[in-house]
Write a protein that binds this ligand. Structure first.
Ligand SMILES: Cc1cc2nc3c(=O)[nH]c(=O)nc-3n(C[C@H](O)[C@H](O)[C@H](O)COP(=O)(O)OP(=O)(O)OC[C@H]3O[C@@H](n4cnc5c(N)ncnc54)[C@H](O)[C@@H]3O)c2cc1C
Ligand code: SF4
Ligand code: SF4
Length: 1001
């Protein structure tokens, strides 16, 4: 591979991963970038660490990172890098699975600023975009025009068009629309020679700059030379993304941009990309075909595709079972899957005419009958139901990745594609290969094009994991070759598959690829080591878990034993929890979910769940130097996490950064003093009874501007914020009802915030319970001392021992009720969910588990009683017609918003709507800090505040979270109410009040 070797970069830096600062070249580069760019220039160890991995198994520390603010800024950075002979690595969302987005290079991150749609031709169905535009945002822009960009990758919420183009990405509907290469019309690209060239259709004779014509002539000559080898070697399957697309060149007209598609950043930097758009099909129907055996599904796919579906996607038995176990998907599976099939195929038909699609769906049923499976098709016409089924399929990989323990499903042969007639035999034989190597895998995805996803479970921290990976890869590659398939069918080559290009395509084409690389990038600066001159896929020095990887022992404050699954994770639960992040980048999303509020505002990799998990992992494994875990840099990394628990629910692998932040703060404050503000927040439950005796004095800060300014200067509390007001009429649960208690018992948890600042909420809850004939007890401490507290304020500042003491008081107080199975109901979501969540990390054990089972939000309790037919609540209605509801992050994280709606819907004539908002931005005390107030407001402005401001007068704004209500009050003219207040207002005034205060038994 002579030429291949030659292309292995001429850069001046060492090939291993040295320690910073290690090279004058890098220093010179950094100095120039800082002085000549407008964008962000990141060379600190934490940033380098955060950009050292993608969704692959690899980790390579980059030289530095530039986040350009404009296209011109990016070009300036590229020029400087080329001038300094430094390798360049363009990057989008970093969701690549093969390692093509990591390297020892200057990373140009397009995803933060280069997100503009540049030139849209609705009539001509084309658009020019910048490389950092995310697919879902582009499609949101196109939707009103009835158009879409149809390469619908599963990572559509993160993947950038630049990354998709460079990876030649493919979506579920590729059978109809093809891959990126079939949908990119032109690319304006920068070459290391300094030329910026538009690559597009060329005729018999290329036109354009000298450099462009030279390149066209060169690749044409290579094509002519290799035409017979291309015919012999390039597999005849749609899904092939290995090497460069030399087979798409021709002696006649062809599109030069197609050579750049799939080049993985190794040939040029894409400055602008022109895309072909498609009309969005207005009608879709879905046939879910049930198969008694997996093999049958594989055998019959080839017949189904003849009906011209827009997608045929596989979900196997394991995935059906895993989805059933997941509360988010159970209902969909139950309403879709009949019996216990071994596999199902999702067959979609889409087009202009509804009648045509229904006809096709009917012919699918006929076909399956003819093929010996009558009655195997469940037809789904309802759009919502279809969407729910697709969401199960889309979450396929994520469902698998939540596996705890030493072994994890590893991506390295995940997207081989074979001709459909061989699919059954191929999957059979590969399954046998897995069994031979003592592992297993789950199959799913693109059956229509013979490209099934499969990840064997391996422990990549051990040498044997790498050995098994190599052995399985060898056999898989051989199988794919036998079936004339494609070894790289979707995710690209990167570090994991570039070495196989020569094996599959042969030395002649492999050399031709090296010549292409040399023609485009003579100095080998663009993303070296990918496609051409590759390293070995099993070179463990390039792995995320390198030989000798270990983590520092810590005395953790929380109990992480739930993560100590497998031999390799013994006594390292916190580290194992952090390592659950596999870098898939799902947290970079902007949909209706919550995760991740700080990233949504700053768009910094640092302020992303992934960025935090990576920083923690690197620090815990000593890769960021001594004491990195308790460093100020780590503090900055964790600071903007608002502990919303969005990731706990929405991260596919369940990374619970809110809990990790508690542990981090605990560790950090072993070394660093707490601020005055932290202490004031933390000890609120302890001093509240004293301060509440002098409410006028305590509230002076809100009334005298000078005091507010002083509080900002001394404590750091934003002067612009009003603090919750202390109340004379605090709630102490002293409400007696004549006639005594009747009906079933319920314990009401009077949390710190509602007790001292908004007692009317607790009174409202008691009134509602009373009206429904419940015998309400307000939980009180067993020692008769100050009110109970869940410990939330201590957790927010990492004071785990204090929080544990509060949790213990709570458990002691509630024990008599828990023993009798009495429900414990809370109004403040973050406090109530503390009982179900953090208590388990503070005081793990049967008693805590028993309490967790009984702890319910106000709405969960009422909805449960309603469903059981026990709720006897007469509601007469409200003077308003509409309720606009903002869900507290923890209500979303624990998926209880449906119960909020259910309960509000009990009020006659009230229309209820949930605001599609994420975190309100206040997040406990976070938004009160002067240094956070701007970010806090920006979080709220993303969707919550505009929705509240747009609400009509006859709309009641509903928010169960204390801090959410304060945020709304601070930045809008509206006041939000707890559901308990709304319900109490809707009570039949004639209802018999039976409010009872009882001492704990
Ligand atoms: C859970 C999961 C599911 C996935 N599902 C799919 C799927 O359904 N289909 C699919 O095809 N892939 C899938 N992928 C892989 C990946 O998401 C896609 O390839 C995606 O298109 C990558 O986009 P990105 O913005 O993250 O690119 P990155 O990973 O950041 O970069 C990808 C490559 O593009 C290069 N690049 C980026 N920008 C430029 C530029 N401006 N100029 C030149 N080169 C550039 C980079 O150097 C790199 O080589 C999946 C990955 C994960 C983790
Ligand atoms: S935190 Fe979760 S969603 Fe984000 S990259 Fe890691 S695993 Fe993916
Ligand atoms: S808890 Fe919320 S803010 Fe913190 S990382 Fe998770 S999603 Fe982001």
């Amino acid at each position: 591979m002579g030429d291949n070797e030659g292309a292995k970069g001429t850069s001046k830096y060492p090939t291993d991963t040295p320690k910073w600062p290690y090279n004058s070249v890098v220093e010179a580069l950094q100095t120039r970038l800082r002085s000549e760019l407008d964008g962000e220039v990141l060379f600190d160890e934490f940033s380098l660490g955060r950009y050292s991995s993608d969704a692959s198994i690899y980790q390579i520390t980059p030289l530095g990172i530039v986040v350009p603010v404009s296209s011109d800024d990016a070009l300036r950075a590229l020029e400087i890098a080329a001038d300094e002979d430094v390798a360049i690595l363009p990057r989008g969302a970093g969701t690549s699975q093969c390692g093509q987005a990591v390297g020892q290079a200057l990373i140009i991150d397009n995803s933060k600023y280069l997100r503009n749609v540049l030139d849209f031709d609705a009539a001509g169905h084309t658009v020019w975009v910048e490389p950092g535009v995310v697919l879902d945002s582009l499609n949101a822009f196109l939707r009103p025009h009835g158009l879409w960009f149809p390469v619908d990758v599963s990572t559509s919420a993160q993947a950038t068009i630049g990354g998709m183009t460079a990876n030649n990405s493919c979506g579920a509907r590729s059978i109809r629309y093809g891959n990126m290469v079939h949908n990119v019309l032109a690319v304006e690209a920068w070459l290391t020679s300094g030329d910026t060239v538009e690559f597009a259709e060329v005729g018999d004779n290329a036109e354009g700059s000298v450099r462009y014509r030279q390149l066209v002539d060169r690749v044409r000559a290579l094509y002519v030379r290799e035409e017979d080898e291309i015919a012999a070697r390039v597999p005849d399957v749609q899904r092939r993304v290995a090497g460069y697309n030399l087979d798409m060149v021709s002696t006649g007209p062809f599109n030069m941009a197609h050579l750049l598609v799939g080049s993985e950043g190794t040939l040029a930097y894409f400055r602008r990309i022109k895309l072909k758009l498609s009309p969005a099909p207005p009608h879709k129907v879905l046939g879910v075909v049930h198969f008694p055996t997996f093999r049958k599904a594989m055998e019959l796919t080839q017949h189904i595709v003849k009906l011209e579906p827009s997608a045929v996607e596989l979900i196997d038995r394991t995935m059906i079972d895993l989805s059933r176990e997941n509360p988010a998907f159970r209902e969909t599976i139950d309403s879709t899957v009949r019996g216990e099939p071994d596999a199902i195929l999702l067959v979609e038909f889409a087009g202009e005419s509804e009648a045509d699609q229904l006809k096709k769906l009917a012919s699918l049923s006929v076909l399956m009958g003819d093929l010996g499976l009558p009655g195997s098709v469940v037809a789904i016409e309802d759009a919502k139901h279809q969407k729910a089924v697709w969401s199960v399929r889309k979450a396929g990989l994520n469902i698998m990745m939540s596996m705890k323990g030493d072994g994890k499903p590893v991506s390295f042969i995940e997207d081989c594609a074979v001709p459909l007639e061989h699919l059954a035999e191929y999957t059979d034989r590969l399954t046998q290969v897995f069994e031979k190597h003592g592992t297993r895998a789950t199959w799913y995805a693109h059956a229509s094009v013979g490209c099934l996803h499969v990840r064997p479970v391996l422990d990549m921290r051990s040498a044997s994991g790498a050995e098994k990976m190599r052995a399985i890869a060898e056999e898989a590659c051989e199988l794919v070759r036998q079936y004339k398939g494609s070894y790289s069918g979707e995710h690209g080559d990167g570090l994991v598959r570039s070495e196989w290009i020569e094996r599959v395509y042969g030395p002649r084409l492999s050399s031709a690829f090296a010549e292409i690389k040399k023609a485009f990038d003579p100095k080998g600066l663009m993303n070296p080591g990918k496609i051409v001159a590759p390293t070995k896929m099993d070179d463990r020095t390039l792995f995320r878990y390198k030989p000798g990887y270990s983590t520092l022992p810590i005395h953790s404050g929380l109990d992480w034993s739930g993560h100590e699954v497998g031999e390799g994770n013994r006594d390292r639960g916190f580290a194992a929890a952090i390592e659950m992040c596999n870098n898939n980048g799902h947290c970079r999303k902007f949909d209706a979910g919550t995760m991740c509020p700080s990233y949504r505002v700053t768009r910094n990799e640092r302020d992303l769940t992934r960025g935090r998990a990576n920083s923690l992992r690197l620090a815990m494994s000593g890769q960021l130097g001594p004491d990195a875990l308790v460093s100020d840099e780590m503090y900055k990394t964790m600071e903007l996490c608002v502990s919303c628990k969005g990731c706990k629910r929405e991260c596919p692998t369940g990374v619970d950064m809110a809990a990790m932040k508690i542990e981090f703060l605990y560790q950090y404050h072993q070394r660093h003093r707490r601020s005055l503000m932290d202490k004031l927040v933390a000890y609120l439950p302890r001093y509240a009874p004293t301060l509440a005796r002098v409410p006028r004095l305590a509230n002076l800060r809100n009334q005298i501007p000078g005091l507010a300014i002083l509080s900002e200067k001394i404590i750091g509390l934003s002067a612009g914020r009003s603090l919750p007001a202390w109340r004379r009429d605090r709630f102490l649960g002293q409400v007696e009802v004549p006639g005594g208690a009747r009906g079933p018992e319920v314990v009401l948890l009077a949390d710190t915030f509602n007790t001292w600042f908004e007692p009317e909420n607790l009174r409202a809850a008691v009134a509602v319970f009373s009206a429904a004939n419940y015998n309400t007890t307000v939980a009180e401490s067993a020692d008769g001392g100050r009110p109970l507290c869940c410990g939330r304020t201590f957790l927010a500042t990492g004071m785990i021992n204090e929080a544990r003491a509060e949790a213990k008081r709570m458990l002691d107080a509630l024990r008599p009720f828990v023993e009798r199975g009495i429900p414990v109901v809370g109004l403040e979501p973050s406090c109530l969910f503390g009982l179900r969540d953090e208590f388990r990390l503070l005081l793990p054990g049967e008693e805590t588990d028993a309490l967790a089972k009984l702890a319910l939000t106000f709405e969960e309790f009422l909805a449960r009683e309603h469903t059981a037919g026990r709720l006897n609540l007469r509601l007469v209605g409200l003077p308003v017609r509409r309720a606009l509801v903002h869900g507290h992050c923890h209500q979303r994280a624990f998926d209880v918003m449906p119960t909020v709606i259910e309960v509000l819907n009990m009020i006659p004539n009230l229309e209820t709507e949930i605001i599609q908002s994420g975190c309100c931005g206040m997040a406990g005390a976070f938004g009160y800090a002067a240094r956070h107030v701007d970010l806090s407001r920006k979080m709220a402005e993303l969707s919550l505040l505009p929705a509240v401001r747009a609400a009509t007068e006859d709309t009641v704004i509903v928010a169960d979270g204390t801090s959410c209500r304060h945020q709304i009050a601070d930045f809008t003219e509206r006041k939000a109410l707890h559901v308990a207040r709304v319900l109490a207002d809707a009570l039949d005034d004639q209802a018999d009040k039976k409010i009872v205060k009882r001492q704990p038994a």
